[in-house]
Design a protein around this ligand. Structure first.
Ligand code: SF4
Length: 305
């Protein structure tokens, strides 16, 4: 018998208690996933929060690399991904064999990996970065050191410009942010002339150039809470607007384009979350030899903060 959404939510909460689980939802997840989550945020922040809890199970409404990161930080917990269809096309653009080959072409280079990568890529990297600390971390690397930046060429180009460093850029990109064009921003400015425009640095430089602020998702939330502006145009994945609106009911948010949807982030429906908890299914793990190296790259970043 099919049960309705409210019944599913209450069953999810019941099973969460019984299995001592914590439910995490990335900012880009469906509203229904965000509604049943204990924590909503960006992927690294969520994994850190979960590692501090005494939960036995982490159910991660996000994409696979996020669940891997949660496991890397909490190998004693069971990490569940509700839908195995939740992959990240950008993370998949970086193959470990190809990165190993690039490293052998640049044997002295420091490898800087955006956290949106597989555990294998993190394990081949010297240090991880997020969109909020990438500029500062790259700036901290001695000027004479060559740097490989993987996998996002757009975030990498932004970091290169901000730091004045020449980076060896991997040719990956986020297809969702690529859907946001400079014309979208120009149109949004015409339609909402009083609005501030905030842009995620996974966007292309021509879009970034039109922004009032270039911000990570966490930075967007902080900005929205502090700014005097009543209207904000948001250039990132559209799911971000759910939390922005929920936390700032007196402000108006507009997506830079309705096309900025990441389909991979929308697979974790209530049915999937419920089934994952009922059957403890889709457990995500990382082999120990990879986990240890990936953890080192993540910890170097955490030590930096
Ligand atoms: S929004 Fe982009 S980076 Fe995030 S999961 Fe989707 S494809 Fe990957």
């Amino acid at each position: 018998m099919k049960i309705n959404d409210e019944e599913m939510k209450s069953r999810i909460r019941e099973l969460r208690g019984k299995s001592n689980a914590v439910i995490l939802a990335h900012n880009y997840q469906l509203a229904e996933a965000q509604e049943v989550a204990d924590f909503v945020g960006d992927s690294l922040q969520l994994s850190i929060e979960a590692s501090k809890t005494d939960a036995d199970v982490i159910l991660f409404c996000g994409v696979r690399f996020m669940a891997e990161t949660a496991y890397i930080l909490s190998p004693d917990k069971m990490v569940l991904l509700p839908s195995l269809r939740s992959g990240c096309p950008m993370a998949d653009m970086a193959e470990p064999e190809e990165l190993a080959a690039l490293k052998s072409e640049h044997p002295e280079a420091i490898v800087v990996a955006y956290v949106n990568t597989s555990a294998e890529i993190k394990a081949l990297s010297d240090i991880c970065v997020t969109s909020s600390n990438a500029v500062a971390i790259v700036r901290s690397i001695p000027a004479e050191k060559e740097i490989i930046f993987v996998p996002d060429r757009n975030l990498g180009a932004y970091v290169a410009r901000e730091t004045g460093r020449k980076l060896v850029l991997w040719d990956g990109f986020c297809p969702t942010h690529l859907r946001i064009s400079a014309d979208d921003i120009k149109l949004a400015r015409r339609l909402h002339s009083e609005a501030k425009v905030i842009v995620h640095p996974e966007s292309t430089l021509d879009v970034i150039d039109l922004a009032d602020e270039v911000l990570s998702t966490g930075g967007m939330l902080k900005f929205a809470g502090k700014t005097d502006a009543d209207e904000i145009v948001v250039a990132t994945e559209i799911g971000m607007l759910f939390r922005l609106c929920a936390e700032n009911p007196d402000k108006r948010f507009y997506p830079a384009t309705e096309q900025a949807v990441c389909p991979n982030m929308k697979h974790n429906r209530l049915e999937d979350i419920l089934e994952a908890l009922e059957r403890m299914r889709h457990s995500i793990t990382v082999p120990e030899n990879i986990r240890g190296k990936a953890l080192t790259a993540i910890e170097r970043m955490l030590d930096f903060q």
